[in-house]
Design a protein around this ligand. Structure first.
Ligand SMILES: C[S@@+](CC[C@H](N)C(=O)[O-])C[C@H]1O[C@@H](n2cnc3c(N)ncnc32)[C@H](O)[C@@H]1O
Length: 283
């Protein structure tokens, strides 16, 4: 983007997650709308999200589930279902997501795959009906305590939960670049590791393994980087999100600050602070 060009709406990104108890129904609707709009292009744009699935999968393979059904909670387009099926053997897989357009992609690509439009805060699944729940990069959009309690309800005793979410250093570069630019919150708060683990234990889980890894997305410039974040649905859902465009001067300031994150290869980057938990439901 040239200097002086009016920033597109995608510049006004507020990317991130909310794990605080302040998540509202309105937020859920916004999340569903955002991911719905991103659904058609999600698989092409979701490079970091796939890396995070791969990382979680490496951990999960050491902790297979008991026999029984597996749920992919917040499955998106369902791109990880074939891996779960191949890796954990023939068994019932159920995919759940809040955004119907994500499920439409899934049905198109994997006809016959059972899937349900559902909120992970209240899954339409019987108590103790699942042997495992895979949930990658969904929890950060939710009320963690409530979702972990719901996962514990759906899992049988000794059932496995393989979980990834985003930690507090996620989008730290954006947070720094947008700091004090206006009164809006451009990057939401992310849960800390200790808080997440304590929530899991309170929710009825035993922690078998945990990990943390920084993944990066990069692009030629800040505008492209923000467009890439938008393409996976991860923007503009904070309660204090900015509803109007940034002014040209403010945008230039942000762009200028972001040069601090330009790498030797000429690209600018943003970090995803991925947290991984392998949990077993306590009897
Ligand atoms: C970043 S995508 C991750 C998709 C997939 N798990 C992956 O690893 O690529 C987050 C997904 O979580 C879904 N999601 C967010 N909040 C949800 C909720 N409360 N209930 C169900 N799905 C939710 C979104 O619709 C979106 O498809």
């Amino acid at each position: 983007m040239s200097h002086g060009e009016r920033p597109a709406k995608s510049h006004d990104v507020t990317a991130g997650s909310e794990l605080a108890v302040t998540a509202t129904l309105a937020t859920s609707r916004r999340v569903a709308r955002r991911f719905g709009r991103a659904a058609a292009g999600y698989d092409d744009a979701a490079t970091v999200q796939r890396q995070i699935c791969e990382h979680l999968w490496r951990l999960a393979q050491d902790h297979p589930p008991p026999p029984g059904a597996i749920v992919d909670a917040g499955c998106g387009t369902g791109h990880w279902l074939p891996t779960l099926s191949a890796g954990f053997g023939e068994r019932l897989l159920v995919a759940a997501d809040l955004a119907p357009p994500m499920l439409a992609q899934l049905r198109h690509r994997q006809p016959g795959q059972p899937c349900v439009a559902a909120d992970v805060h209240a899954l339409p699944l019987a108590t103790g009906s699942a042997a495992g729940i895979w949930s990658s990069l969904c929890l950060q959009w939710c009320r963690a305590e409530s979702v972990l309690t719901e996962f514990a309800r759906v899992l049988e005793s000794d059932g496995m939960l393989w979980l990834s979410t985003l930690g507090p250093q996620t989008f730290a570069e954006l947070r720094e670049a947008f700091a004090d630019i206006d009164d809006a919150s451009h990057v939401l708060d992310f849960v800390g590791v200790d808080q997440l683990e304590a929530t899991a234990v309170r929710g009825g889980f035993e922690i078998l393994a945990h990990d943390r890894h920084r993944h990066v997305a990069c692009a030629p410039d800040l505008a492209s980087l923000l467009r890439a974040i938008k393409a996976v649905g991860a923007q503009d859902v904070g309660d204090n999100r900015r509803r109007s465009l940034l002014g040209r001067k403010a945008w230039r300031t942000v762009e200028h600050r972001y040069e601090a994150f330009r790498r030797a290869d000429g690209l600018v980057e943003v970090g995803y602070d991925a947290l991984y938990l392998i949990l077993r439901k306590r009897p």
